[in-house]
Write a protein that binds this ligand. Structure first.
Ligand code: S3P
Length: 439
């Protein structure tokens, strides 16, 4: 167990790159494995969640090589996966488990998906139900993992998702690549669309029309890198950049820039909320990585006087991973911030409504849980203390940023989970002037 010690600081400055986008990295590995040929990828996140996907692919016969900063996935075609000799270990990664459930439902072999205790507590019926409607045989243990999948021939369906979840949508879309006819998914809100963009780039028959996605059975996918585009670039993760952006707003004398961050509109909810709070944020668009690809920008943030906001509806999905950080930001804004319609936070790596409230209160924040969000009283000075990540990477980092502006030292217990999504978080923060170390 690692403890992270964070000292208060008054200055933060510099320009950094954050590691590659976690959601895009998972998809690049999985879809690269289904391509006809090699995909050379730069910027892949090597965090433990993506390494879980990497391990599962290897167990199914997909070779992945590392070459300097690049990774080469040797795709074996849409029908090239092989049965694993042992259960596939998704570790703590919900994305790995749910996307694989979809991908494996229509294979000609059987699979078993397992993971760490934390992952075994997360709901899996949300993927099993629609897949079974497609003719799959996907069995959960009372709605939770381990998941047993007996490969079956699938049929396309029309599915109206009850919750806004990109993992569920992607699972159905991946199964749709193997299903007879057309698979149509209607989402209640705009979830991240990296799977759709990447599959379109690979030549799949897939269309996005507002909140509806249509996909048709596919026999061939082009690699992510080609002769005329020899490297597939993964942009920086906006959900990791969020911690630097928050630190930039909160530290008394700060100017920080995060370069080449992905700003896909399905992910930029925090930028919209920060603008509404009056934050000094500048987004300089740098272009689009590949056709049908991902927009990338340099984001600069300065110390800001913030005001409270009410958050609810569609923007919640577009910033679903940013709420632990938002709670800390709100504790410093003038007025009362209210978050609604965010009940999905209860089924993330932890129940993020409960854990965020419990831990921030230990630092003096005035925050109350509601059924579907929380209410934060702003302009509250934070004091030092001992807090716990509960094994949740985003909570650990949000607490570390709180430590930059607390009056005394903050110590975050169980901080090793930061590496699930943000490799090199501590040295990167130190390069900006933060004073933190682990023991
Ligand atoms: C993800 C989707 C989101 C997000 C998770 C990554 C993805 O989960 O919270 O960190 O890569 O598709 P849900 O689909 O459960 O909302």
């Amino acid at each position: 167990m690692t403890r992270l010690f964070i000292q208060p600081i008054s200055r933060l400055e510099g320009s950094v790159h954050v590691p590659g986008d976690k959601s895009i990295s998972h998809r690049a590995l999985l879809l690269g494995g289904l391509a006809d040929g090699d995909s050379t990828i730069e910027g892949l996140l090597k965090g433990s969640d993506c390494m879980a996907t990497f391990g599962c692919l290897r167990a199914m016969g997909i070779a992945v090589e590392e070459e300097n900063q690049r990774v080469i996935v040797h795709g074996r075609g849409v029908h090239g996966l092989q049965e694993s000799s042992h259960p596939l270990d998704c570790v703590r990664s919900g994305t790995t488990m749910r996307l694989l459930a979809g991908l494996l439902a229509g294979q000609k072999f059987n699979s078993k998906l397992n993971g760490d205790e934390q992952l075994l507590r997360r709901p899996m019926r949300r993927v099993a139900d629609p897949l079974n409607q497609m003719g799959a045989d996907v069995r959960t243990k009372n709605g939770f993992a381990p998941i047993e999948i007996h490969g079956k021939a699938l049929n396309g369906i029309q599915y109206k998702m009850p919750v806004s979840s990109a993992q569920v949508k992607s699972a159905i879309v991946l199964a749709g690549l193997y299903a007879k006819g057309e698979t149509v998914v209607h989402q209640p809100g705009p979830t991240r669309d990296h799977t759709e963009r990447m599959l379109a780039f690979m030549g799949a028959r897939i269309e996005e029309d507002g909140l509806t996605v249509r996909v048709t059975e596919t026999e061939k996918l082009l690699p992510l890198s080609r002769t005329n585009k020899p490297v597939f670039f993964i942009p920086g993760d906006i959900s990791s950049a969020a911690f630097i952006m928050a630190a930039g707003c909160l530290v008394a004398d700060a100017q920080v820039c995060v370069q080449r961050v992905g700003v896909n509109p399905t992910r930029t909810g925090l930028l919209d909320v920060l603008a509404e709070m009056g934050a000094q944020v500048r987004v300089d668009l740098q272009g689009i990585v590949h056709d049908k690809g991902e927009p990338v920008a340099d984001v600069t943030v300065e110390s800001s006087r913030l005001k409270a906001v009410s958050i609810g509806g569609e923007v919640v999905v577009r910033m679903i991973d940013e709420f632990p950080m938002l709670a800390v930001i709100a504790s410093q804004a003038q007025g009362k911030t209210i978050v609604r319609n965010a009940e999905e936070l209860r089924v993330k790596e932890t129940d993020r409504i409960a854990t965020v409230v419990e831990e921030l209160r230990k630092l003096g924040a005035k925050i109350d849980a509601t059924d579907d969000g929380f209410i934060v009283e702003g302009s509250t000075p934070l004091h030092g203390g001992l807090v716990n990540s509960h094994g949740d990477h985003r909570l650990a980092m949000a607490l570390a940023i709180a430590g930059l502006i607390a009056k005394e030292t903050v110590v975050v217990e169980r901080a090793e989970c930061i590496g699930d999504s943000f490799t090199g978080f501590i040295p990167l923060m130190q390069s900006l002037g933060a004073v933190m170390h682990e023991e």
